[in-house]
Write a protein that binds this ligand. Sequence first.
Ligand code: SAH
Length: 216
Amino acid sequence: MDEEEYTRARRRMVERQIEARGISDPRILKAMEEIPRHLFVPETYRSAAYDDGPLPIGHGQTISQPYIVALMTDMLDIGPDDRVLEIGAGSGYQAAILGRLAREVVTVERLPDIAALARRNLGTVGVSNVMVVEGNGTLGYADRAPYQGIIVTAAAPDVPRPLIDQLAEGGRLVAPVGSKGLQVLEKVVKKDGRIIRTSHGGVMFVPLIGDHGWEE
Ligand code: SAH
C-alpha cells in the first residue's frame, strides 16, 4: 500500500468503525483521520492497520482496536488545557490521539522495549507533547499529578487506588476492570471530592501487571 491508499483506508476506518458507531466529537474524528496508525504497528501488520481489531506489537502486547481508542477517548471528555495520564503506552498510538486533544500527556509503560517503541513511534509522527515514562503505572505518576484525565489501557482487577488519588477535582478516569479474560469499561469521576463510578460496555485488554494489577 502507498501513502494515498493508507490515507483512504484511514478515512474509511473513521467513517465505518468510529462515526458509524456513534462517536461524533469532531476533534476525535479529526485526530484519528490524521494520525497515521500504520506507523504504530509492526511492518508485517501494516496493511491491516486500519482493520477493525487489535494487532500484536511484540512482547505479547497489542495496539487496541481503533473503535476502543475512540470510545475511551470520548469517555475522557478532554479539554485543550488538560493534562492526561495513560497507563500502558504500548505502541504510543492512544497517547498520540490524546496528545492531539490535551495540552500534555504522560504515558507510563512497564516494559523497557515497549517504552522505547512508543517513544520511537511518537517521534516518527512528530507528536511532541507526550512524555513516555518507564515504570509501574499502577502507582500512577505522582510527579505531574493531578490529572484531568486518566486512562488505563490494560485490564485491572479494580481501579488502582493511586490513580484515583492522582485525579484532579472534576477529573475523569476510564479503565477496563474485570477478570484477565473479560472486562467492562469503568468510568470514575471526581466531583466535589466524591467519587462517582459507572460501568459501560464489555472489552478485552491484556493484563495490567503490578501491585494494584495482576501478578506477572
Ligand atoms: N495504549 C496502547 C496499548 C496498550 S497494551 C496503544 O495505544 O498501543 C497494554 C500495555 O500495558 C502493554 O504495553 C503492557 O506492557 C503495559 N502494562 C501492563 N502493566 C503495566 C503497568 N503496571 N504499568 C505500565 N504499563 C503496563
